[in-house]
Design a protein around this ligand. Structure first.
Ligand code: AMP
Length: 280
């Protein structure tokens, strides 16, 4: 694997033997785990060249403390990417991404007015800007994103089509620990006690799904909060059931439609998000 730290190095690598090769791109913020590996492997299967990026993007952190303590493990990341067949890692410093050039993020509309958009003001604009800038540099054939961040995936699809990048956006399933906790770079910031209680988030989501599908909508939120908060480690920020395609809020289950149940929970130190599918 070749590591490029500057736009010029990246440009040289991309333009030398490119000759119509397909390029699969996986943007990340590093501290890589098996969720990221699944995206690289998906890209490896479908493209001649695979490029990953590691950039902890300050513009998408609405909380400076979260940015400060975000895990950074570059040596281990490079080893992991090499092992799973990545060809190029783009690992820039901030001035290589924000080089003074203009980038216009389109109005993200409704998608920015729900869930993470409400609880993390500015987060999606910052995320869309960095992904847009990276796509303009790399011009990938396909770009890979995890369903773990389902709202982000929906926003990226909108961004790619609005900006006309011609990049196919591929969503990949959430990879979980064996006890159900969705893998996340932030999990290593959990205390021992919080980590041992964390599977309750997935269990409570499964319980919410059953209640929704059984027509017991009125009990979903109360039972969800009860189950998550009785652990003593987590506070529920939101639980939201939306249609999988539009993310518009759904109230009643219709077996012909697909939904997603979303949540964010907090410990005193960190915030975790997760979501699960409902229906086909
Ligand atoms: P991040 O480094 O957290 O910005 O994530 C980079 C990419 O990996 C995003 O597209 C995430 O949705 C995806 N990702 C993060 N965690 C998981 C997971 N547990 N399973 C699948 N994809 C994931």
């Amino acid at each position: 694997m070749i590591v490029a730290n500057t736009r010029d190095q990246l440009h040289d690598l991309l333009n030398k033997p490119r000759n119509h090769q397909t390029v699969g791109f996986v943007p990340t913020m590093g501290a890589l785990h098996d969720g990221h590996v699944s995206l690289i492997k998906a890209a490896r299967k479908q493209n001649e060249r695979v490029i990953a990026s590691i950039f902890v993007n300050p513009k998408q952190f609405n909380d400076p403390a979260d940015l400060h303590r975000y895990p950074r493990t570059p040596e281990a990341d490079i080893e992991l990417l090499t092992d799973c067949g990545c060809d190029i890692l783009f690992h820039p410093v901030e001035s290589e991404i924000y080089d003074g050039s203009e980038y216009q993020v389109p109005d993200l509309g409704f998608m920015e007015t729900i869930m993470e958009g409400v609880h993390r003001p500015g987060h999606f604009k910052g995320m869309a800007e960095v992904v847009g800038r990276l796509c303009e540099l790399i011009r990938p054939t396909r770009a890979y994103f995890g369903e773990k961040d389902f709202q982000q995936l929906a926003i990226i699809r909108f961004l790619a089509s609005t900006k006309g990048y011609g990049t196919q956006i591929i969503g990949c399933p959430t990879i979980r620990e064996s006890d159900g906790l969705a893998m996340s770079s932030r999990n290593i910031l959990l205390t021992k006690e919080e980590r041992s209680q964390a599977p309750v988030i997935y269990e409570a989501l499964l319980q919410a799904r059953k209640l929704f599908m059984d027509g017991n909508e009125s009990e979903i939120l109360k039972k969800y909060v009860q189950k998550v908060e009785q652990s003593g480690c987590f506070k529920v920020e939101y639980l939201y059931i939306g249609f999988a395609d539009t993310l518009k809020e759904a109230e009643l289950f219709d077996p012909k439609r697909s939904y997603r149940i979303f949540t964010a929970v907090r410990t005193p130190g960190i915030r975790l998000i997760d979501n699960i599918p409902v229906g086909h």
